[in-house]
Design a protein around this ligand. Structure first.
Ligand SMILES: Nc1nc2c(ncn2[C@@H]2O[C@H](COP(=O)(O)OP(=O)(O)OP(=O)(O)O)[C@@H](O)[C@H]2O)c(=O)[nH]1
Length: 252
């Protein structure tokens, strides 16, 4: 798999409301080779495993240690409901927690504005990282006023239950209150949960990008199609014809 690092996309992303932002939004749904593009930002406190999560998703591998992250952008392709989408994943520097709340610098805000969806990560071994989730979710929604951005909350380091500070159940409850999906994962031990967390987000964005088409397609696949009266009529007539023939054959 090829990983493309490309910091320019984020650094040059125009401020919301500007003419440049409108033009970017118009083009923004298409990636390389004309594929639909899904942009995902991964955010959370420092040390919760954001880089490990992104690398695991992209390469299937868990690599123990990384340089402290300055924010890298990676690209890969995924299959969603039979369509190949280009997805860009933005790893972000850990958010600092101050006594009076979040400290999000402009680089992080740009990443969040740029994104079509956000993964908020906390570690079950770090209660402070969990305490951040509510504020972070609020901050994300504020930067996307007027739209409901798809967000998934990920509780990482599920393999470290013996030193847990947060019951993963609390993460599930909080995600429910915030209206987000929730995944408990161990980036170090399980690839599938990591994949599923990203996959569900891509699916949500993909459906959002096709507001008129997809729900209709989904609705029609859920509602059983009424049987055509003509078809039933045809079947009845066919049966009648068949039994008449059988009768004729047996009577001969
Ligand atoms: N046991 C265990 N360790 C993990 C897991 N995920 C990440 N780690 C470890 O947690 C540490 C921090 O991981 P990073 O991916 O660098 O965390 P980060 O959130 O990107 O950190 P910053 O760059 O500081 O924001 C590393 O030593 C990882 O090996 C996990 O699922 N289980």
């Amino acid at each position: 798999m090829r990983l493309i690092q490309n910091m320019c996309t984020i650094a040059e992303y125009p401020a919301p409301g500007s003419a440049a932002a409108a033009a970017a939004a118009a083009e923004g749904c298409l990636g390389a080779a004309g594929r639909r593009l899904v942009k995902i930002a991964v955010v959370g406190a420092s040390g919760v495993g954001k880089t490990a999560l992104v690398v695991r998703f992209l390469t299937k591998r868990f690599i123990g240690d990384y340089e402290r992250n300055a924010g890298n952008l990676y690209t890969r392709q995924v299959q969603i409901e039979g369509e190949t989408l280009a997805i860009q994943v933005q790893d972000t520097p850990g958010i600092q927690i101050h006594e009076n709340g979040l400290s999000c610098n402009e680089q992080l805000n740009r990443c969040i504005r740029w994104a079509d969806a956000v993964v908020i990560v906390f570690s079950i071994t770090d209660h402070k990282s969990y305490e951040l989730i509510g504020q972070l979710h609020q901050h994300v929604q504020q930067l996307h006023l007027g739209t409901r951005l798809p967000v998934v909350v990920v509780a990482n380091k599920a393999d470290l239950l013996h030193i847990k500070q947060v019951d993963p159940q609390l993460g599930l409850q909080l995600a429910g209150v915030l209206g987000c999906s929730f995944y408990e994962v161990s980036v170090s031990e399980n690839y599938n949960d990591v994949y599923n967390a990203f996959h569900i987000l891509c699916k949500e964005v993909s459906h959002k990008q096709q507001p008129s088409g997809t729900p209709e397609r989904r609705r029609t696949s859920l509602i059983p199609r009424p049987k055509s009266p003509n078809m039933q009529d045809l079947k009845r007539r066919f049966k009648q014809a068949l039994s008449a023939k059988v009768r004729t054959v047996t009577s001969v």
